[in-house]
Each structure stands twice: as C-alpha cells, then as structure tokens.
Ligand binder design. Structure first.
Ligand SMILES: Nc1nc2c(ncn2[C@@H]2O[C@H](COP(=O)(O)OP(=O)(O)OP(=O)(O)O)[C@@H](O)[C@H]2O)c(=O)[nH]1
Ligand SMILES: [Mg+2]
Length: 217
C-alpha cells in the first residue's frame, strides 16, 4: 500500500533517517524541557501502543528508545536529535491510560502530556498512535480534544498492523477515519504501521521529510 508519498519523498525520508540520531534530553516535568529549537515531532498514545518501538523502527536503531512488554516504560519526555542539517527532533512521550500505576504518577504523567501538547511552539506535528487491535478509545479522545485546542497538526498512526488480519485492518482504518471526521484539526488520513515488519515505516519517514521541507522554506 502507498499512502500517497511519491518516490522522491520516500527517498528524502530514507536519507533523513539514515543519518545520525541520538538521545539529547529527558524531561520529567514541564519545567525541565530543553529550549525550543528546530522542528519537533512527538509520538503520543496509550501505554504500550508502540511509541518507543516506532522511533526505533524509524531511526533503524533498535535500542535508541527504551521499549518494554510492560506498560509504563517511558516515564519522561525523551528527546532525540537528528542529523545537524535537518534540525529535527523526535519526542518519545510517556503513555497515558496506564491503569496499574499509582494514581499520583498517572496524574502527573497525564498533566505533563497535556501541558506539553498545548504549550510547545516548536512542536510541528504530533503522531497519535493507536493500537490496530483496539482502535480509538475514550482515553485517546481526551488527547485528540487537547490537540484540537492546540495549534499543532496531528495525525493518527495505527500500530502493530502485523497483529491484525487484512480485512480487520481495513475495517479498523475506515472506522478510525469516520471518528476523525469529528476532529477537523486532525489529518483526515490514517497511517498504518508495524515496527515489527517495517510496514508503513518508509511512508512515515516520507511524511516527516515533507514536514521538514515545509518548515525550512
Ligand atoms: N507485534 C508487534 N508488537 C509491537 C510492535 N511495536 C511494539 N510492539 C511491542 O509492544 C510492546 C510495547 O512497545 P513500546 O514501544 O515499549 O510501547 P510504548 O508505547 O513506548 O509504551 P510506554 O513507554 O510504556 O508508553 C513491546 O513488547 C513491543 O515489542 C509492532 O509493530 N508489532
Ligand atoms: Mg515508550
């Protein structure tokens, strides 16, 4: 499947992520964020949806972001910086909806997530990851509502496509599109990915190459 990205963009995306990516900063709170710089792209989503794994798949570096089978792995806003000439950062976010953590911690993560999404001018795009097996839940809607209020452009990425049959995937994608009609600030189109197989990863890289191109103009 192609998601509309042409060969030139796919190549630009490939080059962007073939460059050197490294960890630069971890913020446990809104007060400790790095100074705003360049183009920032954040990955949000429920705990365990595959945010950190997708960052690893994009950068081709299997251990850049810490992943875990247990929800609640990423507990801070983690910043990764791309090649110097690109001036781009990826932000791995803590997951939301992690029910078995202490209440105070859930509240503090949730507040950090919403504050970051509302108040970060250098944030150029947020990818909201949704598990292909589950689709959009109420807890995701809260994030979409926050994003509707912020000026940042955002897009839904269905993850773990390898876990779902093709027919079910098509239904889930369609249902997700239908739900998005209620969120005019969202990209109407939905990306489908698997960090395990690499499905959809070149298209996501291409989308980011396009975004950076738009910001450098
Ligand atoms: N089958 C399959 N499993 C995946 C995929 N991506 C991630 N996983 C698994 O899902 C689990 C969670 O992955 P993470 O990348 O740590 O998820 P996260 O969203 O960063 O989780 P938190 O940091 O806890 O919010 C791990 O066991 C991964 O191996 C995928 O594309 N396919
Ligand atoms: Mg994580």
């Amino acid at each position: 499947m192609t998601t509309g990205a042409d060969a030139d963009l796919i190549e630009r995306g490939r080059k962007l992520f073939a460059g050197d990516w490294q960890f630069i900063w971890a913020s446990p709170s809104i007060e400790t964020l790095p100074p705003m710089a360049g183009v920032e792209v954040a990955f949000a989503g429920r705990s365990n949806v595959g945010k950190s794994s997708l960052i690893n798949a994009l950068t081709g570096r299997g251990t850049l972001a810490r992943t875990s089978r247990t929800p609640g792995r990423t507990q801070e806003l983690i910043f990764f910086e791309g090649p110097k000439d690109a001036d781009v950062r990826l932000v791995d976010m803590p997951g939301y909806g992690f029910a078995s953590a202490p209440k105070a911690r859930i509240a503090s993560w949730t507040s950090l997530i919403h504050k970051f999404l509302l108040g970060r001018a250098s944030l150029a795009r947020v990818y909201v990851l949704i598990d292909s097996r589950h689709g959009i839940k109420d807890i995701d809607q809260a994030i979409l509502t926050t994003l509707d209020r912020s000026a940042v452009s955002y897009q839904i990425v269905l993850t773990k496509a390898d876990e779902v049959k093709a027919t079910e995937m098509a239904e889930r994608t369609e249902a997700t599109r239908t739900l998005l009609a209620k969120h005019p600030a969202a990209f109407p189109d939905v990306l489908v990915t698997s960090s395990r197989t690499g499905y959809g990863v070149p298209e996501l890289r291409a989308a980011m190459a396009r975004l950076i191109g738009e910001h450098q103009r």
